[in-house]
Design a protein. Structure first.
Length: 318
């Protein structure tokens, strides 16, 4: 059985990962060119994320292509066109640079690889600008404060919608993701697995604080494991029920400002992003590392720098 496109790209990435080597020394020795070498974990993670997204795209749109040597610029351009509707130019620039690095890595790893992953950068940028000329008007900027969320929790009756909403708050889940959680996705008590997130992507959110751990342990204890399958849903509600529960109880406590942010759940995800980002910063991670982890936990991939200002507010917003 052949390896998937994603697996083939990942092999090329790791074959050329120069762990512990000096980028500066290598460039001095090779005329200022890094070639196929990857020196930073940041670039490694960025390319892994792209390998996953592009591998999924190829599987869905070009299932007949089984090997990276058969991928051409037309497939790369098709992927970038799809991303242009949701990504900013800075993200597309990073994707294009990573594809060019993929080409170099594949040529080092696979002797039969002769393809070119280069695309017309100017054309991609112009298309992206046309699609996103009104992007700033569409950004949802409101962060739900901790105190407002606690008012909802105190006012609302105890039910699956309430417990699902708390899960969104603690783990940054979308409403459609939380209602599809299965027992097996939380049973370890140390992580939450989202099997089918946005774009049908899977991700794992690790427990990083005591509030998350206490919540999961309490939730697991409430499940009758003797009579419940690991494939059973954790919450027997629909996503609209979670959204309605939030809005109903916001209205009960006289809070109406979150209606302007399209969905209260998005304001809660921004709260999670802000809390999680500063938690990682307080643990010593730099900005890029902290936001990379938060972005990945939100389901956006490791490097989506343009989303930082959309999701992360100031500490004072909490």
């Amino acid at each position: 059985m052949s390896h998937s496109i994603e697996q083939q790209l990942n092999r090329a990435i790791y074959d050329n990962f120069a762990k512990g080597e000096s980028k500066h020394s290598y460039k001095n020795e090779h005329g200022g060119d890094c070639g196929a070498k990857i020196f930073s974990y940041s670039q490694l993670n960025s390319m892994r994320d792209l390998a996953h997204n592009f591998g999924t795209f190829m599987k869905e749109n070009y299932p007949e292509i089984k090997y990276v040597k058969d991928i051409g610029s037309s497939q790369i351009e098709a992927f970038l066109r799809e991303k242009s509707s949701t990504c900013k130019t800075s993200t597309l620039n990073r994707y294009m640079s990573n594809f060019e690095k993929f080409e170099r890595c594949c040529k080092e790893t696979y002797p039969s690889f002769k393809s070119s992953f280069k695309v017309d950068r100017k054309a991609v940028r112009l298309e992206n600008q046309a699609l996103n000329k009104d992007a700033n008007a569409k950004l949802r900027t409101l962060v739900m404060s901790n105190s407002d969320f606690q008012k909802v929790m105190e006012k609302g009756r105890d039910c699956d919608s309430k417990r699902a909403l708390e899960c969104c708050y603690l783990f940054g889940l979308r409403s459609e993701e939380v209602v599809n959680l299965k027992v097996k996705d939380i049973i370890s008590g140390e992580k939450v697995v989202v099997e089918h997130g946005k774009g049908n992507r899977e991700r794992t959110i690790q427990v990083t604080n005591n509030d998350q751990r206490v919540y999961l342990n309490k939730l697991i204890k409430s499940i009758d494991m003797v009579h419940t399958s690991r494939d059973s849903k954790v919450f027997f509600v629909k996503k609209d029920s979670v959204n309605n529960y939030l809005q109903t109880n916001l209205n009960k406590v006289g809070i109406t400002k979150y209606k302007e942010s399209k969905t209260g759940i998005h304001a809660i995800r921004k709260n999670y992003a802000t809390r999680s980002y500063y938690e990682w910063r307080d643990k010593g991670l730099n900005h890029e590392e902290a936001w990379g982890r938060v972005s990945r936990d939100l389901g956006h991939g490791y490097e989506r720098s343009e989303l930082f200002q959309v999701y992360v507010g100031a500490r004072s917003d909490l």
